[in-house]
Design a binder for this molecule. Structure first.
Ligand code: 3HC
Length: 311
């Protein structure tokens, strides 16, 4: 049974009013936003690692510059999202310690290794492509700071996806070995990219509540289907084969029917047993420790400035 405050809050949500940090909100609404926004931010920060592996190995100076720009964007997305989370009364240090301790999640997709240059193409095309499909609706979610952060992020994300597809196109128009590299990357990234959208709707514990609060405007399966429908023609244009023998256009539904996702692989990763989980967290924790002197110096400098200006 909803209290008066919650009824008023729910009516505002249903009228499409943006909820701002100072507005009254149910504690559970605040908590689910901290959970989702902080994990989104962690995903951006950890997501830099697979791509960082290829900056010094990029095939040309131009590809290196583009990859650096993308990685720098992801860092910015992370900082944007940590700031959005801070409007809900949590501290960045607290969020980062939850990431480093393994308590907080980040997107499953970043627990796979990036084994060849073609992975930079498949990641841009499929990972950022999936992220866009997930993030466009979030531009219209009910929490103001999150929705506004997403508008900027989505603009940069489309550059990320296009440069990835451009890498795949170059490889597919290259030597047979290069085309095989692209096919190998598609084979390894296709199913993990579909898992990014989360468990099937029937097993999604947060979806119903997040939908009622207009945080989640489309279900996990709806967005996953959108990604399949969008990506299959793109793979065909590249002359690549999607690694799913059951993939088939369904003229009746006007969608692709596709095969079963291996949710045991997904659940394994969520429990921290993916190919790269431990490596990703240790790299992040080490970077944080090694950056302590810089944060302390910034704080000391800021204190000195405050004292100098008599604050
Ligand atoms: N990886 C890790 N955990 C996942 C996951 C995934 N791909 N999908 C779902 N989960 C977790 C959920 O966090 C939840 O666990 P929790 O309650 O402990 O947080 C549990 O699995 C059940 O899933 P639900 O569907 O019930 O959870 P949500 O309603 O939160 O939906 C979500 C999951 C669709 C990922 C939603 O949280 C969301 O839209 N998050 C914002 C988008 C996001 O995080 N994107 C990351 C993409 S990568 C990226 O952005 C970088 C790109 O720029 C390259």
């Amino acid at each position: 049974e909803m209290g008066a405050d919650e009824r008023v809050f729910q009516e505002r949500i249903e009228r499409g009013v943006k909820i701002e940090p100072k507005d009254w909100m149910p504690e559970a609404y605040r908590k689910t936003l901290v959970r989702q926004i902080s994990q989104h931010a962690h995903s951006e920060i950890v997501g830099q690692l697979p791509e960082g592996n290829w900056v010094t190995r990029a095939p040309t100076l131009q590809r290196k510059a583009i990859l650096l720009a993308k990685i720098q964007d992801e860092a910015g997305h992370g900082l944007y999202l940590y700031s959005a989370a801070e409007t809900l009364g949590v501290s960045r240090d607290q969020l980062l310690s939850e990431l480093h301790s393994g308590k907080a999640k980040y997107s499953s997709i970043f627990n796979y290794p990036s084994l060849s240059w073609a992975d930079m193409g498949a990641i841009g095309w499929l990972v950022d492509g999936s992220a866009i499909i997930n993030q466009i609706p979030l531009c219209r979610c009910s929490y103001g700071p999150y929705a506004r952060a997403m508008i900027r992020v989505c603009k940069e994300e489309s550059f990320h996806a296009r440069q990835g597809y451009d890498i795949m196109l170059a490889l597919c128009n290259g030597t047979p070995q290069q085309k095989q590299m692209a096919q190998d990357a598609l084979n390894r990234w296709w199913w993990p990219a579909l898992m990014m959208f989360g468990p099937p709707d029937g097993e999604s514990v947060n979806s119903a509540q997040s939908a009622q609060w207009r945080i989640k405007l489309f279900s996990n399966d709806e967005l996953r289907q959108k990604m399949v429908d969008q990506s299959v023609p793109q793979a065909e244009y590249l002359g690549l084969t999607v690694p799913d023998a059951k993939l088939k256009w369904n003229a009746e539904t006007q969608h692709y029917d596709f095969g079963e996702i291996d949710w045991s692989e997904f659940n394994n990763i969520l429990q921290g047993n993916g190919p790269c989980n431990r490596d990703r967290l240790s790299v992040r924790a080490k970077a944080y420790e090694e950056g302590a002197w810089f944060r302390d110096a910034l704080a000391a400098y800021a204190d000195k400035q405050d004292r100098a200006s008599g604050q």
